[in-house]
Design a protein around this ligand. Structure first.
Ligand code: CO8
Length: 374
C-alpha cells in the first residue's frame, strides 16, 4: 500500500520593497518619451520617435495587478538602468536565491513545528535558477544545517511548485522520503524586460515553501493530498532564450528574446480551456463533484483568466472567496503565486473541506493538486 502524503504547512518570504503601477509607469514613460536630454531633443527635432506610453489604468484593467514586490527597487525605476542591480556575492556567502528559499523554508518549518533535521529532501522548484551548479537545493540543504538527505533543482516555469508537490507526493508514496520541503524562490525581476511596454508590469519577486510529510508524522495537521495531475503541451507563446549557449552564438547576445517574451492574448485564449479542462478531468478521476470544491488557489497571472477558469470549473459566478486574488499586491510571481494564495487564504477551512491548488504557464505547463483539510 502507498504511504499517504500530507501538506503540513507553507512558508512565505516577501521582499521589503514594493513598486506601484504609478511608479513603474512614471519610469517607463520617462524612458519612452526621451530618457535623456539628447534623445528628447532628437524627438523634438523629429529625428527620433518617442515610444507609445504605458498607463497604470491599462495595467490594472488588463491584468488586475496594482503593485509588485522587488528585491532591487531603485535601479528598476531609474530610466538609465531599468533592471535590478544585485551585486555578486563571494562563493563563501549564501547565494541570493538560496537565501530567499531558506527564509521561506524556515517559515514553513516553524508553522509546522518542525526542525530541519526532520526533513529528508529539499526540492528547489522555480522558474529561473541563479546558476547551473552546485544545485541551489544542495546549498539550501547545507544552510538549513541538514546533515542527511539530498536535494535537487527543478524547473517547469510557473508550474514548478505543483510539479514539485507532485514529486514530493510520489517520494512519500514510494517510501523514498518521509518529509520533503519544496522551495520556490522567484526573482522574476531578473528576467523581465522593463523596457517592453507589453510586459514591463507583469512580474514580482518572492519565495514560498511547502512542507509535505508522510501521514504517520502529522497528527491532524494540514491537508491530505488527494491527487495530483500534471500536463504539458509545447508552445512558443511564452519564451525566454537566455541560456548557457548564448556565448556560443554571439550574434544573438543582448537581444530582447534573452528576457521574458510572450504573446499574452494567445496565452490567455489557449491556456484557459486547457486548464479548465484539466481540472474537470481531475475532479472526475477523483470522483469529486464541483460543489464539493470550496476554493481554487489558482496561479496568479491575470485576474480575468482566473475568473474564466474558476467560473468554468464551478459552473457559476465566482467571488474572491472562491478564487482568492493576491496578484493585485504581488503581481505574477510565477510558481509561487498559487502557493501565496493558499498561504494567505486557507485559515477558514474546517475538517473535510476540499480545495484545489493549480498552476499554469510557460511550456505550456499546468498542475492541479486537490487538498482536503484534516
Ligand atoms: N499601457 C498601455 N497600453 C498598453 C500597454 C501598456 N503597458 N501594453 C499594451 N498596451 C496596448 C496595446 O498596444 C494594445 O493596443 P491596440 O489595441 O491599440 O493594439 C492594447 O493595449 C491591448 O494589448 P494586449 O492585447 O497586449 O492586452 P491584453 O488585454 O491581452 O492584456 C496581458 C495583456 C495582461 C499580458 C494579458 O494578455 C495576459 O495577462 N495574458 C495572460 C498571460 C499569461 O498568463 N502569461 C503567463 C506568463 S507567466 C509564466 O508562465 C511564467 C514564465 C516564467 C517566469 C518568467 C519570469 C520573468
Amino acid at each position: 500500500m502507498q504511504n499517504k502524503a500530507v501538506l503540513t504547512a507553507t512558508g512565505l518570504w516577501t521582499p521589503s520593497q514594493s513598486i506601484s503601477n504609478e511608479e513603474l509607469v512614471e519610469s517607463y514613460n520617462a524612458w519612452a518619451s526621451g530618457w535623456n536630454a539628447e534623445h528628447a531633443a532628437q524627438i523634438e527635432r523629429e529625428e527620433a520617435t518617442a515610444k507609445p506610453l504605458s498607463s497604470a489604468e491599462f495595467i490594472e484593467k488588463a491584468s488586475g495587478i496594482k503593485s509588485r514586490y522587488v528585491i532591487s527597487k531603485d535601479p528598476i525605476l531609474d530610466p538609465n538602468i531599468m533592471a535590478p542591480r544585485i551585486p555578486e556575492r563571494e562563493d563563501e556567502e549564501l547565494s541570493l536565491l538560496a537565501e530567499m528559499a531558506v527564509e521561506a523554508a524556515k517559515d514553513a518549518l516553524s508553522r509546522a513545528g518542525r526542525e530541519s533535521k526532520d526533513v529528508d529532501v529539499i526540492l528547489v522548484a522555480c522558474s529561473n535558477l541563479q546558476r547551473p551548479y552546485p544545485a541551489i537545493s544542495v546549498e539550501v540543504q547545507d544552510a538549513l544545517g541538514m546533515e542527511n538527505g539530498f536535494g535537487y533543482d527543478m524547473n517547469v516555469a510557473c508550474s514548478s511548485a505543483t510539479f514539485g508537490l507532485s514529486t514530493a507526493q510520489s517520494m512519500i508514496a514510494s517510501g523514498q522520503a518521509k518529509s520533503v520541503l519544496v522551495c520556490n524562490p522567484e526573482i522574476c525581476s531578473g528576467h523581465l524586460n522593463f523596457r517592453d511596454r507589453d510586459s514591463h508590469f507583469i512580474f514580482g519577486d518572492v519565495a514560498t515553501a511547502i512542507l509535505v510529510e508522510e501521514e504517520s508524522r502529522v497528527g491532524n495537521q494540514g491537508y491530505d493530498i488527494l491527487g495530483t495531475k500534471l500536463k504539458t503541451k509545447f508552445s512558443n507563446n511564452i519564451r525566454n532564450n537566455f541560456g548557457f549557449l548564448n556565448r556560443a552564438a554571439p550574434e544573438g547576445e543582448g537581444n530582447a528574446d534573452k528576457l521574458f517574451v510572450q504573446e499574452g492574448r494567445k496565452v490567455f485564449r489557449e491556456v484557459v480551456p486547457m486548464v479548465a479542462g484539466m481540472i474537470l478531468e481531475h475532479l472526475a478521476e477523483l470522483n469529486l463533484a464541483t460543489d464539493q470544491l470550496k476554493r481554487m488557489w489558482l496561479h496568479q497571472a491575470n485576474l480575468s483568466m482566473n475568473q474564466f477558469i474558476a467560473k468554468k470549473v464551478m459552473g457559476r459566478e465566482v467571488s474572491a472567496e472562491d478564487a482568492p486574488v493576491i496578484l493585485n499586491e504581488y503581481a505574477n510571481t510565477s510558481s509561487a503565486g498559487s502557493v501565496i494564495a493558499f498561504h494567505k487564504h486557507n485559515d477558514d477551512f474546517v475538517k473535510g473541506d476540499i480545495g484545489l491548488l493549480c498552476s499554469f504557464g510557460a511550456g505550456y505547463s499546468a498542475g492541479s493538486v486537490f487538498l482536503r483539510k484534516r
